[in-house]
Design a protein around this ligand. Structure first.
Ligand SMILES: Cc1ncc(COP(=O)(O)O)c(C=O)c1O
Length: 402
């Protein structure tokens, strides 16, 4: 059966993959070229330096992999840890769950703090667990900065303070897949040892380029693994192979050329806008979305304002209403892609992604479409209320600081 033609633009409001700026798409339209030529490093060498800026780092080392974010989770764990090593983490959504699952399947001894979905990592509990670990068996603390499944952002600065207050030498690994490039992220200041990003969210690219920013301490931990019998197996994601090639601008295998050109252009977009402006824009769009949700009389999955995410809002459907129907109807009738509820919150939430390349009017389109789908599904919201609340807020709060 032929696919249904849906006229007009599809309004993509899942929290990744996000909309790709036209100039980034054009930058990716390139002929193949020799990735071992003398010219190639002029593309790649600046990329390793410039990419650090979105991680808030000057001291880190960037590795770029043809992979999605999941691969970069694996890269962080397998390079730095040995079989049976203890890691401390918290579970509060589908992505923190999947990273825990990976750590367990790799053979790590994972200490999990179970948190209510809609909340996030609790710095005081992390400090307590680290203080109790007198002989420093815990090698790393793993935290998902922005839990995309529930629209919750955890406070990484507070986690860093907790680790320091406990006087614990554990490394800090942070999943920034749905935060880096859109929410404030300061890898050097927070002493993040592995900061993990994917290309398809704040970096406004297609999926397929995984990025990790690695501290000196994590590089040393990786070196310390070599020769050990109990080291975790790593081949494709081994940083050693990249360390030999990257300084000269090359890769140990064939790199995804269009994504590298795309990354260069996407970084140029972010730097032209200014990272502080990018963070501010996401904060304004996030608050406008929450104003719409409040005007509808609905609740977010995030339990209290301290957990609100400025890249994605997960909205609880009213009792008895299947959120999956709201999402499907929005797509089929209005050509609007909203994010589905995952795992524990499947059928209970729909998500509006407000991450990447968007502005006031694009967001208002998504809010209008979600509102129409809610009404069509029998949810008693006042027609126009979400759009009115969000647009009033947006008129009062410019997207740009400067
Ligand atoms: C917070 C978070 N971590 C990890 C992932 C997994 O990334 P990927 O789908 O690129 O493998 C996602 C994907 O949405 C995510 O949102």
């Amino acid at each position: 059966m032929a696919a249904t033609r849906r006229p007009g633009r599809n309004h993509l409001f899942v929290p990744g993959p996000t909309n790709i700026p036209d100039r980034v798409m054009r930058a990716m339209m390139v002929q193949s070229e020799d990735h071992r030529s003398v010219d190639f490093p002029s593309l790649t060498k600046p990329l390793f330096e410039d990419t650090k800026k979105v991680f808030g780092s000057t001291e880190g080392t960037i590795f770029l992999f043809p992979a999605s974010g999941t691969g970069i989770w694996e890269s962080a764990l397998t390079n730095t840890l040995a079989r049976g090593d203890k890691v401390l983490t918290a579970r509060y959504g589908q992505f923190s769950h999947l990273w825990i699952d990976m750590a367990q399947r790799l053979g790590l001894d994972v200490i999990v703090q179970e948190e209510e979905w809609g909340t996030g990592a609790k710095a005081d509990k992390i400090e307590e667990a680290l203080r109790a670990d007198k002989d420093h068996q815990i090698k790393a603390v793993m935290v998902v900065h922005n839990e995309t499944a529930t629209g919750v952002t955890s406070n990484i600065g507070a986690v860093r303070k907790a680790i320091d207050a406990a006087g614990h030498p554990a490394m800090l690994f942070v999943d920034g897949v749905s935060s880096i490039g859109s929410l404030p992220f300061y890898a050097d200041e927070w002493k993040v040892d592995c900061a993990i990003a994917g290309s398809q969210k704040g970096l406004m690219l297609p999926a397929g380029l995984g990025v990790i920013c690695v501290s000196q301490k994590a590089l040393k931990a990786a070196e310390g693994q070599s020769g050990r019998n109990d080291r975790l197996a790593r081949v494709y994601f081994d940083w050693e192979d990249h360390k030999k090639q990257n300084p000269a601008g090359y890769f140990p295998y064939t790199p995804p050329l269009p994504l590298l050109y795309g990354l260069r252009e996407a970084l140029a977009c972010l730097f032209e806008e200014g990272l502080e402006n990018v963070y501010h824009r996401h904060a304004v769009l996030g608050e406008a979305t929450r104003q719409a949700v409040a005007a509808w009389g609905l609740k977010t999955c995030a339990k209290s304002p301290e957990w609100n995410s400025d890249t994605v809002t997960a909205i609880l459907a009213p009792e008895g209403v299947d959120a999956a129907k709201i999402i499907k109807h929005a797509y089929v009738r209005y050509n609007l892609a909203l994010g589905a509820g995952l795992s524990q919150v499947a059928g209970k939430v729909f998500r509006i992604g407000h991450v990447g390349d968007l502005n006031e009017l694009s967001l208002l389109g998504a809010i209008a479409g979600a509102e129409m789908s809610l009404l069509d599904n029998g949810v008693k919201v006042t027609p126009g209320s979400g759009v009115a609340a969000a647009s009033s807020y947006l008129r009062e709060n410019p997207l740009s600081k400067s």
